[in-house]
Design a protein around this ligand. Sequence first.
Ligand SMILES: Cc1ncc(COP(=O)(O)O)c(C=O)c1O
Length: 387
Amino acid sequence: MTNFNITPNRRKNFNLTKWTWYPKDVLPMWVADMDFPAPKPILDSLQKLLEHGVLGYELPGKVLYETVAKRMNDLYKWKISHEAVIAVPGVMSGINVAARVFCSDKKGLAVQTPVYNGFHEVKNNASVPQVDIPFIKKVKGNIISYEIDWVTFEKQIKKTKIFLLCNPHNPLGIIFSRRELIRMAEICIKHKVIIVSDEIHSELLLDKNKFTPIAKLSKEIEKNTITLIAASKTFNVPGFFCAFAIIPNKELRTVFEKEVHRLGLHVGSAGLHASKTAFSGVCDSWLKELNRYLTANRNFLVEYVTKNMPNVKTTIPDATYLGWLDFTETGIEKPYEFFLENAKVALSDGNIFGKDGASHLRINFGTSRALLQEGLNRMSKAMKSIK
Ligand SMILES: Cc1ncc(COP(=O)(O)O)c(C=O)c1O
């Protein structure tokens, strides 16, 4: 059993962005990584690599690609060839590559907002236009949820070459249903728009939720989709920069792979080893415990907000360790600055996720219960002080 209540000192060695960006009296609840050590089998495999001592160039290799393909079959009964898998230094590198090769200055990408800030950077990186497809926000008591506006979806998709899907969604925590995924895919296929599906959070499932990769839903969708996955979020090894593009369509894959080589996007051996161990299945019992702990943290967060933060609204995420809080009715004009100054808690400013993120904050609950509580206590106290 892993005790997720105990976390190592993250300020030691000064290497973690989340813990060293702000002054020491600030509690960081922003960057999307967790405060827990990676599971032991991963640490052991890295130890073995270091003990050998010769740290030469290393290619991903067939065994690693077969491991990724086997995981897709084990988790989802999605049968892919190892040849469909390409290692990239990150999910964002994969997305940027796709935008560079498949978009043009006339037809760019579509994103569903509010969405992960990295998505909003792609338009400038690749010099292509971006269109937004805002979700429809629903409010029930202090709980918010988001739905797809299908009319806007089709209207906007038509203008693009790539639909950048985030599933599970950061920051909203949504796992899209099969029906929604099929409908989105059909619209994309109708308008000859390639789906780039960022599934980096797909194994961080809360409750007993299930996940299905969009590409698994039909051969036609698979042919039109680039799926991006990584062990990085699930097993907390994002610092190793290793992700995988799964592209069963050879035509798309050839174009994508050529650009990966052209840009020299190699992955370091530590990332390759960590991913192979993570995806082999030996960390799955750790993951089950982690998801149980994160589910309890999610419940704690929602209950805390409901009881102690008047007028604040929250999502109930299906997946991820990210909560999304709405401060529109609190009278706090700039919640990010307010809590940084008055509560000494650093959250992610909703504005970075798109226009519809104004007056919202993303909170990272991938930490010990005690620290989550400490952060929420600090926030609640600061809110009381304004009355
Ligand atoms: C949805 C999503 N995609 C991509 C990334 C970044 O992934 P990578 O470090 O592999 O580029 C993140 C990190 O927070 C994320 O939440």
